[in-house]
Design a binder for this molecule. Structure first.
Ligand code: ASP
Length: 601
């Protein structure tokens, strides 16, 4: 198993965002195995002897049976058959005795699925197609079977044919036939396989499934609620297996992992989905550096072999430094243009608005130096920067956003700032344990989740000035996106109770099971979760995480193919003791105005 996977893996080359037109020839080349040996596993147990993309001159004379979709037909003589592995040319027999085969192959509409049997022959000299990996051979067909005919399609199955995302999502099963989606999902599967291998086979982790019907968890993201048949009682879909993985540590399963589905009812954001997948990990008797080394090794091991290898250890930056130099806790470190504090240069300034800024408590003057900005940026660019700053004024993340905005402008002017082939990993560490709540800064909320342990050197502040306490929380950032996060956990019931009840003012009854478990010899433990969708999005260069998920929800959280969420007749709601309070017309209108741009229009 390992052998063919690694060969398949090596053979994949990546379609990137830069690739403007992927053609089936390149598709077949991209999925072809680097070794030309037959890979029997790809055709075991099924009604074919070979895949369409696999045949070469070395197969000449072999009798083969292929199954695939009709990609092209030319002059009723040539037919090109496609499967996930590539394309192969089939010669439609012209002689009388094969009239029924000819009829099937000439009459079947494009994208019909057929089975053909015949001999692998070489193409006549001069008719080889060097652009096609199977371009030296063709199939002389003896028998053909129409397995299923295809009706008129809503769009052509060719990646270069432009279609709206809404249409793609509505006919996702057709969209999945395209080169890019095939590539993205197959690469995802291979990376996950390598991760499993690394975790289970090389490091003794145990893959354990945890429930998806759970109860409400205080703090953190909004959860989806599932009605139960008991009046007024609801399950919640877990935002992550956090509590279960900690309880597994108490249970002595000291190296856990899971490819876990998580659910968060957080509304629409470009890099989020209401349901998403994490590589969820927890270990006992571990410190922050142990988790970090594990993840570095995991990514190095599972990284596609046609990319530049992952270099470890990843650099690390404190939260404070990330905010000061990049204006964000997820810095894109592929380029410089750091934020610099130039307050000292203006201490004696006579410029009024600068004086004003410096006279405020903690007032500073900061700058971003754009290398050769004068050369590249036009007057209208400067104007757009000014407008961007005005629109985002008073957000503390303004400078970080401005830095990225300037990078976009420079790139639009042809400056190669962020190398798309570069993967720049970064650990961000030493987060504060708590942030002041946005709606009421007097109160504190947890920066990661309430189970995160305080930094040992700050623990003395916890009971007097909790806002000063740093945590043992770490985030993994890749090219400016947060792709993972975790922490060393509190394993002391008393400390956990204090943080929940006194600092966060949460209802501890909701977590009594966890508090109780910590009292029964819970080992010190910590973990992390890697966001698989975001990671794959970056690895494949996909424009959206929807492009690395087989059946994603739309921007508004809808499944456009099946029309979920859908209504339920009132009588089916009765056992759940639920009544719908229907929105008024104006509420409906307002909610559609709030989402003017989404792939559903
Ligand atoms: N459960 C956390 C999350 O989903 C990750 C962790 O702390 O391990 O962010």
């Amino acid at each position: 198993m390992f052998c063919w996977l690694s060969r398949l893996y090596r053979g994949l080359s990546r379609p990137t965002r830069r690739t403007t037109q992927l053609i089936w020839g390149s598709f077949s080349r991209s999925l072809v195995l680097s070794s030309q040996r037959r890979i029997p596993e790809l055709s075991s147990f099924v009604a074919r002897t070979n895949t369409c993309g696999e045949l070469r001159s070395s197969h000449l004379g072999q009798e083969v049976t292929l199954c695939g979709w009709i990609q092209y037909r030319r002059q009723n003589i040539f037919l090109v058959l496609r499967d996930f592995h590539g394309l192969v040319q089939v010669i439609i027999p012209q002689d009388e005795s094969a009239a029924s085969v000819k009829k099937i192959l000439c009459e079947a509409p494009m994208e019909s699925v057929v089975q053909v049997s015949g001999t692998v022959i070489s193409r006549p000299p001069g008719q080889e197609n060097p652009k096609m990996p199977t371009g030296e051979i063709e199939i002389k067909v003896k028998t053909a079977k129409l397995l299923n005919s295809c009706k008129k399609l809503p769009f052509e199955i060719k990646d270069f044919v432009k279609k709206t995302e809404a249409l793609r999502l509505r006919y996702r099963y057709l969209d999945l036939r395209g080169v890019q989606m095939q590539y993205n999902l197959r690469l995802r599967s291979q990376m996950v396989m390598k991760m499993r291998e690394y975790l289970c086979n090389l490091h003794g982790f145990v893959d354990i499934e945890t429930p998806t019907l759970f109860k409400r968890t205080p703090g953190g993201a909004k959860e989806f609620v599932i009605p139960s048949r008991e009046p007024g009682k609801f399950y919640s879909l877990p935002q992550s297996p956090q509590q279960f993985k900690q309880l597994l540590m108490v249970g002595g399963l000291d190296r856990y992992f899971q490819v876990a589905r998580c659910y968060r009812d957080e509304g629409s954001r470009p890099d989020r989905q209401p349901e998403f997948t994490q590589i969820d990990i927890e270990m006992s008797f571990v410190e922050q550096t142990g988790i970090q080394s594990l993840i570095e090794g995991l990514l190095q091991y599972s990284w596609p072999s046609d990319r530049d290898p992952v270099v470890v250890p990843f650099p690390s930056m404190t939260f404070a430094e990330a905010l000061a130099s990049y204006g964000t806790d997820k810095p894109d470190t592929r380029f410089g243009m750091k934020i610099v504090d130039i307050s000292d240069m203006f201490r004696n300034t006579e410029v009024g608005f600068l004086q004003d800024a410096l006279s405020k408590p903690q007032g500073t003057i900061k700058a971003i130096c754009i290398p050769e900005g004068e050369k590249y940026l036009k007057r209208k660019d400067i104007e757009s920067i000014r407008k961007f700053a005005a629109d985002h004024f008073n957000q503390c993340s303004l400078l970080g956003k401005l830095r990225l905005e300037c990078a976009d402008l420079l790139e639009a002017r042809g400056v190669a700032l962020r190398d798309p082939a570069l993967f720049s990993f970064l650990w961000v560490v030493d987060f504060p344990l708590f942030f002041p709540k946005e709606e009421n800064p007097e109160e504190l909320e947890t920066a990661h989740h309430p189970f995160t342990a305080p930094h040992p050197s700050d623990i003395h502040h916890l009971y007097t000035e909790p806002q000063k306490v740093r945590s043992q929380h770490y985030d993994l950032v890749l090219n400016g996106s947060e792709i993972g996060g975790g922490s060393i956990r509190i394993h002391d019931a008393e400390l956990q109770h204090y943080i929940l009840a006194t600092v966060l003012k949460e209802d501890v009854k909701l977590l009594s099971h966890l508090l109780q478990a910590l009292d029964y010899g819970a080992p010190p433990h910590g973990g992390i979760a890697i966001g698989l969708d975001r990671l794959m999005c970056l690895v494949t260069g996909a424009p959206s995480i929807r492009d690395v998920i087989a059946f994603p929800k739309s921007f508004q959280g809808h499944d456009l193919m099946s029309n979920a969420p859908d209504s339920i007749p009132p009588e089916e709601l009765k056992p759940y003791h639920i009544q719908v309070s229907w929105p008024t017309d104006s509420e409906t209108k307002k909610s559609s105005l709030n989402h003017p741009c989404h792939p559903e229009s």
